[in-house]
Structure formats: structure tokens, C-alpha cells
Design a protein around this ligand. Sequence first.
Ligand code: SAM
Ligand code: DTB
Ligand code: SF4
Length: 331
Amino acid sequence: MSLAAVATKRFQVETPDIVRHDWTREELRALFALPFPELIFHAQTLHRAHFDPCEVQVSTLLSIKTGGCSEDCGYCSQSAHHDTGVKAEKLLSIDTVLAEAKAAKAGGASRFCMGAAWRSPKDRDLDQVCAMVEGVKALGLETCLTLGMLTDTQAKRLKGAGLDYYNHNLDTSPEYYGEVITTRTYRDRLDTLDAVREAGVHVCCGGIVGMGETREDRVGMIEALANLPVHPESVPINMLVRVEGTPLAGASGLDMIEFVRTVAVARISMPKSMVRLSAGREDMSEETQALCFLAGANSIFYGPLLLTAANPERDRDMRLFNKLGLKPMSA
Ligand code: SAM
Ligand code: DTB
Ligand code: SF4
């Protein structure tokens, strides 16, 4: 173990309440390179200092506006730039969304996340989206939206409607970003995160691995997330779902131990955040998911569909929770 790793480990384990925003790449590299038992012990220690390790927060996703997106994100089934077979649809009606939210609550979700395939919402769309947020909140669910880039005014309107969380991911390292998306910049994303934070809405922000990036890019992604002025309250770590017709359909994928290491480093560097084991669980073994929970993941998407891609059936997840003695966290 390098000296930097030893120092970081001692510092964090002995002072779990200190939340840092000055992570260096060297420290994060050293964490990634720790022997696996040391890394998991370190992540578990911090996880237990802040959370019940047997509780997992459960969110359900709904695509409220699917396909036809003007952005060119290389991973996405919904970009109009790629031929994936996903058709452009209109914004769902408020009644349809509320019926789905009721079903999600009955199924055991505590948060309802609504996603739209937009570069950014138009102000007239926001009227309808605000009504959705109000209706979902009235059902006793936490609300989350992901609609693309927001202005300060739009973020404040959503806060006024009762929005709890806004998801907007940095996706990857600043260096690799341009290989994946060309239609908006890293700076654009940081500006939206600032607008959301400024409006008083909790931030959900993470990224995707398995896109052909290097470990250094994973280090860079965690560095960008963990050095935000305030840590995102939720940090989704997505494993790329390789979608036929996207530029990343042939990406080489990622070793699952490296995926678990990424989860652990997110947990250690953002000790009070919820770390979500996000897209890609459909193809993960129970053992990999169990390792992710040991590494500090404490949130999942629950229900058979993400936005357009498959997620495990509810009963499969409940069987896994029962086997592992995990229970859903209440809102
Ligand atoms: N259009 C909005 C935006 O991009 O901010 C909201 C929806 S977008 C689908 C939300 C996030 O889902 C993306 O930022 C990306 O991190 C993740 N995502 C999309 N497609 C994915 C895929 N094939 N595999 C893994 N994660 C994916
Ligand atoms: C996030 O980080 N992952 C979710 C959510 N935020 C919106 C989306 C995953 C999308 C997976 C691919 C699909 O369903 O099309
Ligand atoms: Fe559009 Fe979001 Fe997909 Fe990018 S990730 S193409 S912005 S829906």
C-alpha cells in the first residue's frame, strides 16, 4: 500500500465525520489500487459510520417523455442521432404518471424518478411537469426529475412545485467526456448542477462506467463528483447498458471487481451520500450486487424497466434482499 493510501485510510477511518472536497487524483488512485480486502473494510467502516448497512433506498424510474432527443450521448438509446429502434413519444399525461407512481408506491418504492429525453425542458412543458411533481408528492413519495439542462429560473419553479431531487450526471471524467458527447459540455453540466443546488433541490449526480474509459477516467470522474462544493445527496454509479445502434454498443465492458472498486471509492470519498447501484443490474450476478452493497452502495432502481432498458423483476430483487437480510429504507 502506498504512503498516500495509508494516510488517507487512517484519516478517513479515524475521522468519519469529516467530509472532504479536496480529493487529489493521487489519493483516489491510491484508493482504487488498495488490496480488495482493505478497500472493502475502509468503505464498510465509513458506510457504517453514517448509515444502517442493512437498509437500501429504493427508487422507481419512469420515462415521462421517451426518445427523439437532440443530444448525441454515445451511450443513449433515446438520442435522435442513433438508430436504436426507440421511437419518439410525447410527454405522458399527468393521469398516466400518477397511476404509475401509485403502482410504484404499492410495490415498495420510496422515491419516484421521472426522466425526459430532452436537451432541456421548454417552459410550457414545465407546467405539466410541475403538476406531476405536485401529484406524486401528494401520494407520499419523494420526487426526482431528470430533464436535461435547467436555467436558474426553471430550477426555482421546480423547487416551488415540491421537487426533492434533480438527477443530472457528469457521466465520466472531464478528459473522456468529449469522446462520448459533443452536443453539450462538462461546464454546461456543472452549471445545471449549480442551478439545482442554488434552488435548494437535492442533487443526484453520478456517472457511467464500462464505456471504454481507463481507470484514470474513473478516478477523474470520482474526483469531479467528490470535489463539488457540496456532495450530491445521491450518487448513481451506472454500468453501461450496451444498446444496439449506439456508438458504444461494442464497448469492451468492465471487469466486475473494477466496478465494485468504483462503488467503494465513491463511498469513501462521499461518505454521507447515498451511492446508487444504478443501470446494468439486469446483467449482474447476485454475488456482484452483494459485493456492491458491501462496498457501500445503499440505493437501487426497483422495477422491471429503467427508462428504456430492462432492470430485474421486483420478485428477483426481493429474493436477493431476503437472502442478504437487506430491507428497503423508508422515505
Ligand atoms: N435527458 C436527460 C439527461 O441526459 O440529463 C435525462 C435522462 S438521461 C437518460 C439520464 C442518465 O442516464 C444519463 O446521464 C446517463 O448517465 C444514464 N444513462 C443513459 N443511458 C444509459 C445507458 N445505456 N447505460 C447506462 N446509463 C445510461
Ligand atoms: C441515472 O444515473 N441512471 C438512470 C437515471 N439516472 C435516470 C437512467 C439509466 C438509464 C439506463 C438506460 C435506459 O433505460 O435507457
Ligand atoms: Fe438525450 Fe439524456 Fe439520452 Fe443524452 S442521455 S441523448 S440528453 S436522453
